[in-house]
Design a protein around this ligand. Structure first.
Ligand code: NAG
Ligand code: NAG
Ligand code: NAG
Ligand code: NAG
Ligand code: NAG
Ligand code: NAG
Ligand code: NAG
Ligand code: NAG
Ligand code: NAG
Ligand code: NAG
Ligand code: NAG
Length: 867
């Protein structure tokens, strides 16, 4: 976690809400009558057959009881969705703007990053577009948010599904005034704020905001409530839904949730669903960065957004001491008419240091308590914070993300005002402090209320927390696009700490993109979601990787790159598809792709093609500078193509993966197809995929070295010593235990080990024995009545389906039973057998032997007592 972390978004854990369920029902159901024997209460009713028909209920009931009821189509858990702990007052705050008023300064950096400022100059501000926001509610009393609610206001509609304390509610009024409900006010400002205390504007200030309040003041919501809000947004006829939330880590299995259905139904009805990718990257050295996205961003029809750091930290003010200027980051300038004392704590995370400080300080109201924010002691864990002013001094660090200014959300430290110094000014302050004799001698003065926006080292690049894709197994690009989300100044509930906050997260990037979507939609009202998405994606600007700026960051980190709303509207070329998956076409061909280019201008244009690789990642790469490497594929394009006015052409090309790929590390590669026209405009289409043929790669790990033989079979003697075998036969007394270890190298949907007669005629890709050694078999007394690929089998020792993790797949037995395909088990008795492993390749069919990687083992001779 960043030392001065202000991340506000997204759940990192998913837990099912105790005994609450979403039921999908047939429209003629008589659920309440049929369920009269059960005790439950209704949480939400879903009555829109266009989107979802059913109920969510809670009670002393089980899934199984519900599944038995006629008319129940499906039963799913309700999840408890949580915004990260915000440590905020959940109380309602009164408006008390007794703060120093900031002056001057230019706050346009986040709009300039995506050329939104140019659109505003042309009067393109999202007029006529309705944006639904599913969040914590909104403080629409805010002057920057129109000071009102309802038709004709900026916040034109919405609904509230919860009270401050989380009790379910049904009210047309989504007002939330608690700081704990500030998230929704912040994301709404990013969409639509008008200049007020600060001269800063949202992305689409003429669009209408519809706020659906689902999170309470402590940041909790049921996933069934989010679903109710999506359906309400549909009924209100919004054009786009912005969801700065994540329910939990994307599943590698086959889990489906009703939210998936609802997302698809909304997009089927022309409502774009824009979802935060999540803030779960940069875990630790042992956790992968790939696949850190949360659902529902993973839904195929949702548009998932990553976060790019603001080019500038918005608000930096100047204080003075006897020696000169000390700059500090703060939302508001501090106000000490007679100057402030500074007390420096050495260990900001040592509670004793704070109590010592409080004891030593004369007048705490005239003192700023400073501490060094380090990796080990981030600002958010410093405390106790019961002092009115805290100053965090950034420690020196080579990590570009950790050296940035940061401020937690207003209210994070109660009513404490928090300011932050960069390491340069922090060092100067500590030097000057020591020079005059320390506490009570050193004074800081705060006369200047002007601010500047200061360039950031991470500016314009993907922020460290922004989760990586792609989707599990399918390799669909997630995130699909990125938008400014790091260090974004926007509105915050009115209260004693002022109505603004600077926050970071994919939560902030999501409403930004929803605003861009609205800008494009306002100019192309008839365009479909995928047409608008394509305009946004192909006109985005790919960004470099912060730890090596001479390469582009992985497409699974940045999607199409930083959105450019101006070009998305004015480009005279459209391109589809706007994101590609590079993988197997079929069992023999890999890496082909097509792109269709339409010249929408009135002049012929020549289009030429090039390729730029982006960061390569694998499942074992971890955080920060270790998360990607420069390993790029190559592309093979046709020669430049002339496209007549208002015509289109399809180009076919292929991508060859880089050299040096290790498929067993489960890598993902990517890059951009660049299309340049003779007018000097250029476009890019991101791609992602496995840099190897998923079908043709080995699935079984074969090793025959001094480290040992794999797959291996083994058996034990009565004294637990291992039985040796001669690469042709293993003598087994089952009672003592025996088994096999058959490691796999890739995910598979079917891993099976069959027990075959030793004289089987089946062939395999690999053999675990020396065929030159001839044996006289000891036949089983039973006949094999099962089949594998048409060959007789006694049954299975392992039969794993669903998604089976790569790695050790072992079977261990202490009897001689096998499993029939009907699930029953029986003893095969003494005799000679072989184990046959079959691992299904991606895209293969269960019944086709050549769609599997296979291994046939040595003779397993059961020669113990009959059991
Ligand atoms: C990323 O995680 C590593 C290890 O947990 C940590 O050392 C580093 O400071 C983190 N980076 C940021 C920017 O928080
Ligand atoms: C829940 O239901 C079970 C039987 O369905 C019953 O035994 C149990 O007492 C109930 N618990 C509560 C708290 O009502
Ligand atoms: C959701 O989880 C949070 C903490 O994880 C808990 O405080 C809250 O009570 C839960 N909500 C419900 C309705 O169970
Ligand atoms: C939640 O707040 C409402 C309205 O203030 C109140 O009626 C209700 O009792 C509260 N519920 C809980 C569980 O505190
Ligand atoms: C500090 O300010 C608080 C809030 O204004 C006030 O209640 C308290 O009495 C002040 N303390 C001192 C020592 O002046
Ligand atoms: C940075 O990326 C470039 C490729 O764009 C590569 O040639 C260079 O080796 C990389 N530097 C490091 C330190 O990995
Ligand atoms: C695989 O696809 C390529 C390119 O579309 C085609 O030429 C080839 O015939 C296909 N092979 C099979 C086995 O379908
Ligand atoms: C590309 O387009 C050609 C011609 O329409 C088609 O035959 C081919 O299957 C397409 N290839 C891919 C990878 O979609
Ligand atoms: C192997 O094939 C031969 C020739 O078709 C057949 O006689 C024999 O029964 C087969 N063996 C087994 C174990 O199926
Ligand atoms: C393997 O398991 C799957 C699903 O559990 C089942 O459908 C299938 O019949 C089993 N196959 C065999 C050969 O036992
Ligand atoms: C198999 O092992 C068991 C105990 O470990 C022993 O009692 C039995 O005699 C063994 N059978 C043979 C045939 O060696």
């Amino acid at each position: 976690m960043l030392s001065l972390c202000t991340l506000l978004a997204l759940a990192t854990t998913t837990s099912a809400l105790f005994n609450a369920f979403i039921l999908q029902l047939s429209e003629d159901h008589e659920f309440h009558k049929q369920a009269s024997h059960l005790s439950y209460s209704v949480r939400h009713e879903y009555r829109n057959p266009d989107v979802f028909f059913g109920l969510s209920i809670r009670g002393n009931i089980t899934k199984a009881q519900l599944q038995e009821i006629p008319g129940v189509i499906s039963v799913s858990s309700v999840y408890n969705v949580t915004l990260p702990a915000q440590n905020l007052h959940a109380s309602t705050l009164s408006y008390n703007p007794e703060l120093s008023v900031p002056r001057n300064g230019v706050l346009s950096s986040s709009l300039e990053m995506s050329s939104v400022d140019k659109l505003h100059q042309l009067g393109i501000k999202g007029k006529g577009i309705k944006i639904g926001v599913i969040d914590t509610g909104i403080d629409y009393r805010h002057p920057a948010l129109g000071s009102g609610f309802g038709p004709g206001h900026k916040v034109a509609g919405g609904y509230s599904f919860v009270l401050d304390n989380g009790t379910l509610d049904s009210s047309p009024d989504p007002l939330a005034t608690c700081y704990g409900g500030g998230h929704g006010t912040h994301v709404s400002g990013i969409i639509g704020m008008e200049p007020s205390t600060f001269d800063i504007t949202g992305v689409a200030p003429e669009s209408s905001i519809f706020m659906y309040r689902v999170f309470d003041c402590s940041g909790h919501a049921g996933s069934d409530t989010i679903m109710a809000a999506m359906i309400k947004a549909y009924e209100d006829g919004v054009d786009v839904v912005s969801m700065s939330l994540g329910i939990g880590p994307a599943s590698f299995g086959d889990a489906v949730d009703p939210l998936a259905t609802v997302t698809r139904m909304l997009t089927d009805h022309g409502i774009a669903v824009i979802v935060a990718q999540a803030n779960d990257a940069n875990g630790s050295s042992s956790t992968p960065e790939l696949y850190t996205e949360e659902w529902p961003s993973t839904e195929p029809t949702a548009i998932s957004v990553g976060a790019i750091s603001n080019t500038h930290f918005p608000l930096v003010y100047s204080a003075t001491d006897n020696f000169g200027t000390i700059k500090y980051a703060s939302v508001y300038p501090l106000d000490f008419p007679n100057g402030a004392d500074v007390y420096i704590i050495d260990q900001g995370c040592d509670p004793n240091a704070w109590s010592d400080a409080l004891a030593a300080i004369g007048n705490v109201n005239e003192t700023i308590v400073a501490f060094k924010a380090t990796d080990g002691c981030p600002a958010t864990s410093a405390g106790p914070a019961n002092v009115p002013h805290i100053m965090a001094l950034n420690s020196d660090t080579s990590n570009p993300y950790l050296s940035e200014y940061d401020t937690p959300s207003q209210g994070f430290f109660g009513t404490t005002q928090f300011i932050n110094l960069n390491s340069l000014d922090g060092d100067t302050l500590q030097k000057n402090f020591a020079a005059v004799g320390g506490y009570s001698k050193y004074k800081l003065f705060f006369h200047d209320k002007d601010f500047t926006s200061v360039p950031q080292r991470s500016g314009g690049m993907v922020d460290y927390y922004s989760s990586f894709g792609p989707t599990w197994h399918q390799y669909d690009l997630k995130p699909q696009i990125s938008a400014p989300g790091g260090h974004v100044l926007s509105t915050w509930p009115l209260g004693p700490l002022g109505g603004y906050a600077i926050l970071s997260g994919t939560s902030m990037a999501t409403p930004y993109l929803a605003g861009c979507y609205a800008l494009v939609k306002s100019q192309f009202p008839a365009a479909s979601i995928s047409e608008i998405q394509a305009r946004l994606q192909v006109n985005s600007i790919p960004v470099p990787w912060i730890f090596n700026k001479s390469m582009l960051s992985a497409t699974v980190q940045q999607g199409a790159g930083l959105v450019n709303a101006y070009d998305a509207i004015f480009a005279e070329t459209t391109i589809a598809p706007s994101q590609l998956k590079i993988t197997d076409q079929n069992k023999t061909t890999y890496g082909l792709a097509n792109i269709t280019i339409e010249n929408t201008s009135s002049k012929p244009k020549i289009y030429s093609f090039s390729h730029e690789g982006a960061g390569y990642m694998d499942y074992y790469m971890s955080h920060d500078e270790k998360n990607q490497v420069p390993l790029f594929g190559t592309a093979h394009f046709p020669s430049p193509t002339t496209i007549p006015p208002r015509s289109s052409a399809t180009i076919q090309f292929s991508i060859t993966p880089p050299q040096g790929v290790v498929p067993s590390a489960l890598p993902v590669f990517g890059g951009f197809i660049k299309i340049s026209d003779s007018n000097g405009q250029s476009f890019s289409v991101p791609y992602v995929g496995p840099p190897y043929s998923l079908f043709n790669t080995p699935y079984i790990f074969i090793q025959n070295t001094s480290d040992g033989i794999l797959p291996e079979v083994y058996a034990y003697n009565a004294d637990q010593s291992e039985v040796t075998y001669d690469l042709s036969l293993l003598d087994i007394n089952a009672t003592n235990g025996y088994g096999a270890s058959i490691p796999t190298l890739q995910w598979t949907r079917a891993f099976r080990v069959d027990v075959l007669p030793a004289n089987t005629n089946i062939t395999a890709n690999y053999y675990g024995f020396d065929a030159a050694i001839k044996l006289e078999y000891m036949p089983s007394k039973l006949s094999p009545n099962e089949k594998i690929f048409g060959f007789p089998s006694f049954g299975t020792a392992i039969n794993s389906t669903g998604y089976v993790w790569p790695g050790g797949n072992s079977a261990f037995g202490s009897d001689d039973t096998v499993t029939r395909s009907n699930g029953s088990r029986y003893s095969v008795g003494n005799g000679d057998y072989r184990w046959f492993a079959s691992v299904l390749r991606a895209g293969g069919s269960d019944s086709v032997q050549s769609d599997h990687d296979t291994w046939l083992g040595p003779v397993m001779r059961f020669n113990g007592q009959d059991i």
